[in-house]
Each structure stands twice: as structure tokens, then as C-alpha cells.
Write a protein that binds this ligand. Structure first.
Ligand code: UD1
Length: 331
């Protein structure tokens, strides 16, 4: 089969590109490399450098052949930036998805897997959220993604689109073969920052809030290994192509770890006692956010392969080490 991956030079998109190639599919990537990294694009993928909403790039990506399905990762993902520059988020995420949808429906492509986010839930009153938990995003990033979910529902009803919107929880780790990993220089994720600190590439780490109503006072999150998340995308597309119904699905494991637990695991795995400082809460951070993944597990008969915090942290650390060495050598 032949699939288009927008944002395929990014962290999660590049893992999916490898997962598709591993299964023998043809992969076409569109990425403007604004945050994606060219070195993460697999050699066997066809690459179009440009904007996923630009018809010229889309025509180049399609070529004369049909595309069986689209995985749409391209977009802006930094929550504080979405607060200071909302137009960028509504434009890059919402408007560009509309342009993309219009193009692919014109070309007869009807199967679409969309990168949504647990940020659509905002500050839920229960720690563990199902897909039916009310969606009340608290920042433009979450709203820009939720608007796309609504648009997808309407387009599916009117024009025969088949879609799954995957709501990601906290994605971490790296490809076990270290073919790709988190390489965005400005990435602010906890595990990315902590691996940099463990390897001496960052001065240390600040814990954003130690007075949350959680067992140790620090924020609790549901960390999912990026390779399991890539598998879920493949399962989602297979399911749609087999006639599965459209909708939204949580992508997490259903259990949470605190910031301190993550740091302690990383210290154990790395053997580095890097400096950690207690700091104030970061604006907009919920105390705990954990998926109820029952619907996803049942629909795909899914058993994750990497549901282990130590394994997630080990792979993130191994990637960070390899990536720092590659960039030091001018990669
Ligand atoms: C992440 C995503 C967000 C997504 C959300 C869905 C990022 C940057 N954010 O948010 O796009 O919508 O998951 O659940 O990928 N922390 C520290 N110190 C640090 C960094 C983080 O204490 O230097 C804490 C945070 O306060 C939080 C936890 O670590 O409690 C995880 O933070 P982070 O990795 O940034 O992800 P989220 O903010 O949960």
C-alpha cells in the first residue's frame, strides 16, 4: 500500500514512517522541516520538502499513483507558544488540515489517521479519562486540535471520510534500533530534558511544582513508548481500510508516573546523579492525566510491547547519547 505521512521528519511521524516501511509499504513524506529534522527521514521513503497544505507539494507527493491513506502529524505542538501566538496554531493546525482534507478528498483518498492530543481534555476532574470525558481544552493548542476532531466528524458524515483521531498522552522513548528519536532542539518534554541532564548536555532539571495533590506532590502522567504509538497508527489505518468506523481513541497505557519517579528511574538507568531543583508549577499543567485505554485495547485487541518505564527511559537515553554524538560530528 502507499501512504502519505505529513510531518514525517518529526519525532512521532518518523517512527510511523519506519513502522510502515518495516511492513513493506510505500511511504511518501511531506515536511517543511520547520521543526522536523531531515536526518530522521528514512532513505527508503519518498520525501517532498514543503507545506502539507500547499497543492503544489501535495501534487508532487501524490504523483500519478493513488494514495491509500494519510497520516497527518504536521502541526505546531508547543503549548506555551500557542498561548502567546494563537493565530499560528489555528492556522498551522486547523486551517492547514482543512486544505489538506479538501485536496485528498478531491483525489479520492478517504482514509485518514489524525494526531490529536490528551490536551483536548484540559483539566479533567478525574485523573483517568475515557474518550467520553468532556473535552474542555485550556489552551489554543488543545482547541486547535479539538476543532479538527469536530471538522473530521462533519466531513465523515457528509463526504465519506473514514478517520480515527488518536489522542496521545505523554509520548516518550525512541526506536529500539535507534533509527530515529526525539531530535527537536527546543523540545521541552520531561524525559528529553532529563536525558540531556543525565548526559551533561543540560545543567540540570527543574521540577515544575511539588505541591500537587498527588502521592509525592509532583505531576503524574501516562508515558507511552513512541514505538507502541506508531503501532497504534498502523492498527488504526488497517482497521479503517477494513471498514472500521470513524471516531476518537485514547493512546496511553492507563497508569501514571510522577515527575520524581521518572527522574529516579533515569538516575538509576544512567548512573548519573544530575542536579534537580524544585520549582513553581508551570501554567496550565494538570496534576494528573492518565488514559483509560479500554476502547483502544478492545477495538484493536492491542497489547503494548513496551509498557515499561525503565525500557522507555533506557531507549530515550540511548537515543540521546547517539544523537548527541551524531550532531557533534556534524550530522
Ligand atoms: C505533553 C505535551 C503536550 C500534550 C500533552 C498531552 C509536550 C511538551 N507537551 O504535555 O503537547 O498535549 O502531553 O498529555 O510534549 N516537567 C518538569 N520539568 C521539566 C519538564 C516537565 O517538572 O523540565 C513536568 C511537567 O510539569 C509535567 C510532566 O513533567 O508534570 C510532563 O511534562 P511534559 O513532558 O512537558 O509533558 P506535558 O506537559 O504533560
Amino acid at each position: 500500500m502507499r501512504f502519505l505521512v505529513t510531518g514525517g521528519a518529526g519525532y512521532i511521524g518518523s517512527h510511523l514512517a519506519w513502522a510502515l516501511l518495516d511492513r513493506g509499504h510505500d511511504v511518501v513524506i511531506i515536511d517543511d522541516l520547520s521543526t522536523g529534522v531531515g536526518a530522521l527521514i528514512p532513505n527508503d521513503a519518498t520525501f517532498v520538502h514543503g507545506d502539507c497544505a500547499d497543492p503544489k507539494c501535495l501534487r508532487a507527493a501524490y504523483g500519478p499513483e493513488p494514495i491509500d491513506g494519510v497520516f497527518h502529524f504536521a502541526g505546531s505542538v508547543v503549548v506555551p507558544e500557542s498561548v502567546s501566538d494563537p493565530i499560528k496554531y489555528y492556522f498551522n493546525n486547523t486551517t492547514k488540515t482543512l486544505e489538506l482534507l479538501r485536496f485528498l478528498l478531491d483525489r479520492g483518498t478517504r482514509h485518514f489517521v489524525f494526531s490529536s492530543t490528551a490536551a483536548v481534555y484540559g483539566q479533567p476532574v478525574t485523573d483517568q479519562v475515557t474518550e467520553d470525558t468532556p473535552t474542555e481544552p485550556i489552551n489554543p493548542y488543545g482547541r486547535s486540535k479539538l476543532m479538527i476532531e469536530w471538522i473530521l466528524r462533519d466531513v465523515a458524515a457528509a463526504q465519506g471520510l473514514h478517520y480515527l483521531a488518536l489522542r496521545y498522552f505523554n509520548v516518550a522513548g525512541a526506536d529500539p534500533q535507534l533509527r530515529t528519536g526525539q531530535a527537536t532542539p527546543e523540545a521541552t518534554h520531561l524525559i528529553k530534558v532529563a536525558t540531556g541532564a543525565a548526559l551533561g548536555a543540560r545543567d540540570g532539571l527543574t521540577i515544575f511544582g511539588t505541591d500537587f495533590p498527588t502521592p509525592d506532590g509532583t505531576g503524574v502522567r501516562d508515558y507511552i513508548h513512541v514505538s507502541d504509538l506508531a503501532d497504534l497508527h498502523v492498527l488504526a489505518m488497517d482497521d479503517l481500510l477494513a471498514g472500521g468506523t470513524s471516531g476518537v481513541l485514547n493512546c496511553g497505557y492507563g497508569r501514571g508516573f510522577s515527575v520524581r519517579e521518572v527522574i529516579d528511574t533515569l538516575k538509576d538507568v544512567s548512573g548519573s546523579d544530575f542536579p534537580v531543583h524544585d520549582g513553581p508549577r508551570r501554567a496550565g499543567d494538570p496534576a494528573a492525566l492518565i488514559a483509560d485505554p479500554s476502547r483502544t485495547r478492545e477495538r484493536f485487541s492491542w497489547s503494548p510491547r513496551h509498557d515499561d518505564l525503565t525500557e522507555i527511559v533506557e531507549s530515550a537515553l540511548a537515543w540521546e547519547k547517539a544523537w548527541l554524538a551524531r550532531t557533534a560530528n556534524g550530522a
